[in-house]
Design a protein around this ligand. Structure first.
Ligand SMILES: Nc1nc2c(c(=O)[nH]1)N[C@H]1C(S)=C(S)[C@@H](COP(=O)(O)O)O[C@H]1N2
Ligand SMILES: [Mo]
Length: 247
């Protein structure tokens, strides 16, 4: 079955399988039997992958412990220089204008007023030194600072019983996360990298920093967010990357 997986799906599914097997005695092999499919052609492989990927989102959310913290590191372990990554190269980095910037809020929230940067900067901030892990096979440790996303959600009167938060970015990137991750204490609106205003390459004016999720679930240059019960998908998620992609 592995030989038919796309490059990026192999290791990810393998690690999910390992986790499910260790914790719940399940395996992808058992799942394909349950799905009643002999996986002899690409079409059926694709169908099972799609259904497993959906099943895994639910299973992973169920396994996710909202109180378990991602490891934090001493300043001496920070990766220098911290890598840049996006679906385009460094010479195409989006430049967001600070004075024009507005963060749009919509969906299941009481206050849909847009936020300007000075208002956002006035929120109480926390810092973290955590590891960013990219599915492309690299990881790096960095320091980010900004308000807890849960504080912000509370201020805008978000319906925290809703299932998802969707994000739209200045560069056409988009992604979405589950509510438990949105409310996790280490999920922050990062306005700073290494104690300086977040530079354009790392997502000015802010990125959602989520150390419990893979890099592609950490949207940079966020310009709009919405609270919803419909899964909004994402740029890589819609191309087949596992939606939950977290621990
Ligand atoms: N807006 C936007 N956010 C994005 C991306 C992107 O292309 N555009 N790429 C994602 C991926 S795959 C990674 S690994 C990280 C890279 O963040 P960095 O440049 O701070 O290392 O941003 C994520 N968020
Ligand atoms: Mo990534």
């Amino acid at each position: 079955m592995d030989s038919k997986l796309k490059d990026h799906e192999g290791p990810l599914l393998a690690s999910i399988e390992r986790r499910l097997f260790l914790r719940r005695g399940l395996s992808l092999g058992a799942l394909s039997l349950l799905a009643g499919c002999d996986l002899t052609d690409n079409d059926s492989v694709q169908k099972v992958l799609t259904s497993m990927s959906r099943w895994n989102d639910g299973a992973q959310a169920w396994l996710f412990d909202p109180k378990r913290l991602a490891p934090e590191f001493p300043a001496s372990m920070i990766t220098n220089p911290f890598p840049f990554n996006a679906y385009y190269s460094e010479d195409e980095i989006r430049l967001v204008d600070a004075t024009d910037y507005k963060l749009e809020i919509s969906g299941r929230v009481k206050e849909t007023k847009a936020w300007r940067l000075p208002e956002l900067y006035a929120l109480p901030q926390v810092s973290q030194i955590t590891r960013h892990i990219c599915v492309e096979g690299w990881s790096a440790i960095g320091k980010w600072s900004g308000p807890r996303f849960s504080d912000f959600l509370q201020r805008v009167g978000a319906d925290t019983t809703a299932r998802y938060i969707g994000f739209k970015c200045a560069d056409d990137y988009y992604t979405s996360i589950d509510m438990a991750t949105a409310l996790h204490p280490q999920t922050i609106m990062a306005f700073k990298y290494a104690d300086q205003v977040l530079p354009p390459k790392y997502g000015f004016p802010w990125k959602l920093r989520i150390p419990t999720k893979l890099g592609f679930k950490n949207p940079k240059h966020v310009v709009a967010l919405f609270v919803t019960n419909e899964n909004p998908g994402g740029y890589w998620e819609d191309k087949g990357y596992n939606w939950f992609s977290g621990s």
